[in-house]
Design a protein around this ligand. Sequence first.
Ligand code: DP6
Length: 389
Amino acid sequence: MASIVTCIAPVNIAVIKYWGKRDEKLILPLNDSLSATLSTEQMHAKTTVMISPNFTKDRIWLNGKEESFENPRLVACLREIRKRATSKNGKNCELKVHICSENNFPTAAGLASSAAGYACLVYTLGKAFGVEGDLTSIARQGSGSACRSLMGGFVRWMKGTQNDGSDSIAEQVFHENHWADMRVLILVVSDSRKKVSSTSGMQLSVKTSDLLKHRVQNVVPQRTKEMIQALESKCFHTFAELTMRDSSSFHAVCLDTYPPAVYMNDVSHSIVDFVHRYNKLKGSNKVAYTFDAGPNACLFLLEEDVPEVVGLIKAVFPPHVEGKTFMRGLPVENAVIQQDMDLLLPSGPHEAGMIKYVIHTKVGSGPKTLDGKNCHLLNDEGLPKNLIS
Ligand code: DP6
């Protein structure tokens, strides 16, 4: 008898960044990291897993195209799931699987797609094979940051000290409703440059950056403690400062890498400048930026400040064509921009189209299983319903 299951999993954005591994194969990090899980309403990965005695080999389709099953990270995730299934119930674990996965947001936008993708893969495989218990140590072997997408709210990935990685797992530190008015704006920035992947960028940083050693030993441990306190007491001003400092510390390590790994571009730096000017004008931190291994900005802010900040983003970074597609996700009320906000435009607005679009979202929950036949990405024969030839 064939069985089929479909799940969705969220994107996560680190506020204390993971950068550098102590074990490349098991994907064990050099430092703890901490992230916010984003709502699956706006952005998610979706995966269908089908197990059938009729299948002759394991097969996978990503965003409508069949991929080879040779990727060692994919192989490791499936092997670990089968191992757990064998020791648990022996059921079905020798049967072959068909996997189909897609993102509902553009992979090309350079957003954290591998984290959501691997989290969804491992979560769905876990459901299909009836595996219980911690899955973060398996998801980590797909992509390090993926282990933080298995839970909602604010999640900490502990580096652990064991060589086998058994204590390098992720745990929820605060529930998704803990800070209910926290909002997120993802500013998708135009970029034509070919970027260095996180995997190879961090490998080179471990080899060549002295600053990385300092970050791992002296900066991250203290900052993680302070971040948890700021989240606990919901002190936005401190949360924002720690988030911005950690983003810059990570990009400083990238520049200290030899040859340098450059991820932020001129638009990214203009966004940094805009946020600092705005916070200064307001007299305290109202907005925090953070950048991953690409030029897109992720802004954290409170719900009450969204209309004004979005209004100013549109004025400072005018869209190519003002229309519905610039602002996506949660609705935003129109705000009357105060006169003194002109100070944010020292030399007038930037040329149009530097920010392609903005996704407005919030902190959300972990992966979910979907119900109903229509939700599956595979048909009764185990082939993708939507195939891109
Ligand atoms: C900058 O998890 O993509 O987004 O473990 O090699 O797959 P691999 O790397 P990945 O690195 C993410 C790096 C980051 C920071 C973060 O998410 O913590």
